[in-house]
Design a protein around this ligand. Sequence first.
Ligand code: NAD
Length: 476
Amino acid sequence: MTSIAVRNPRTGEFDYEIENMDAGQTGAAISAARAAQHAWAQGGLPHRTAALLAWADELEKNGAAIVEALSVDTARHRISHEELGAVIHFIHGFCQHAPDVLATPFRKLDAHPDVVFKITYAAYPVVGVISPWNFPLVLSFIDAIPALVAGAAVVIKPSEVTPRFIEPLRRSIAAIPALANIITLVTGGAETGAAIVAQADAVVFTGSVPTGQKIATAAAQAFIPAFLELGGKDAAVVLAGSDVKRAATSILRSALYNSGQVCYAIERVYAHDSLYDALVEELRTQAGAMRRSLAAGDGGHYGPMIFERQAQIIDAQLQDALDKGASIVLGGKSDAVDGAVWIDPTIVTNVDHTMTIMTEETFGPIVPVMRFTDDLEAERLMNDSNFGLSGAVFGPDTHTAGDFATKMEAGGVSINDTELPRVMMFDGEKTAFKKSGMGGSRYGATSIMRYVRKRALLANEGEVASLDKLAETTGA
Ligand code: NAD
């Protein structure tokens, strides 16, 4: 058995380890899940929602150990509580919406008066879920819950960077006997993930574009669907006439949330010439008032970076920008203190698209701001990206900003605010554009349908067609 050492982001010490499960162990977990899934699916939706809601109650009552484990791995407290709350919310929401989404009444077929039909749904037996480190719990379950509701069993491999929550979470699942082998968490790194793709019946992956491309290739080889939720480089465009204070606050809230370690963080800003200087000054002032959080409940706004290697990527992007003529208005490179790696809110100007800070995912609290003089230029710049996850447009009113927003090549655009898709979980759908993802919307209650195959049942209640039909159709 091999193991993987886990780093504590506040101390820099490797003080925990997980088993690096091999293909055989992962395959055994998948086989057990497949064996259990039949009864889970056949038991019907009320059986499934009852088990999941019982689990939500259990998480509500006994979730403290999960939150504590998340807090250690991610160096943040409030967001760890929010993660648990979000998973409980997903369970309630999907259970509530599932009866409508999965309803399948018999209907008359318009094209044939004697034929009635209905569509029945057959879940993929085992859906593999592979998740990243920035929201370890939420991103392990945001897609797993609709898959479970649909009737699939799930085998989840959380990131090896932030795996401490797995043990307490396994205990919470064990408290609900109906979930045995229906929700399975496996531990490990890339090889364990690859074993899931090779052996599951469908896979849903949240992570980086390069890993997503590997998973898409492996899934094609295994001939299974892969739903990919990948990286972003979200743009905020601040049109002439925008409320500068409002834009600055919204941009910073998005850029600095979770120290910028968010796929939909604003990572590049385009400001109209008429307000560029005022916006930069407002960003500098507001960001300058943010403080490090050194301990739980100290009122600080951001924690140390979760993943040390990410800080190196950010430093390299900042250096590349500086080498090409950028200026740092606030903040700067990473700062290691007692094992923790900090990156303070950083505002960068004099940037352009020759710099990686404007083109590659940064995943840190960095706000590069670029000037534009007309809307056509802004449109060209915001769409000059390999990513298309989401973005934001600020303007003098909803209509003007909304008009411009329809030109953004991205799956969710907030108008006069940022991060608004987050509040839409069960109400609407959005898909990633370009390299930010593939495979239908994870948003909307209809995301349950990603995890089923559709079987049409058709009954002829009239006469069967005579054999003369053969003669007619072959023309003999
Ligand atoms: P990553 O791609 O390095 O790893 C993600 C997961 O994939 C981990 O569990 C890892 O062990 C596993 N993995 C690695 N190689 C694999 C392989 N060959 N086969 C199968 N599994 C493999 O991503 P990360 O660094 O953990 O997370 C950060 C990335 O995730 C960023 O790019 C971020 O934008 C993205 N992300 C996207 C969303 C979204 O909803 N679109 C949300 C959060 C994070």
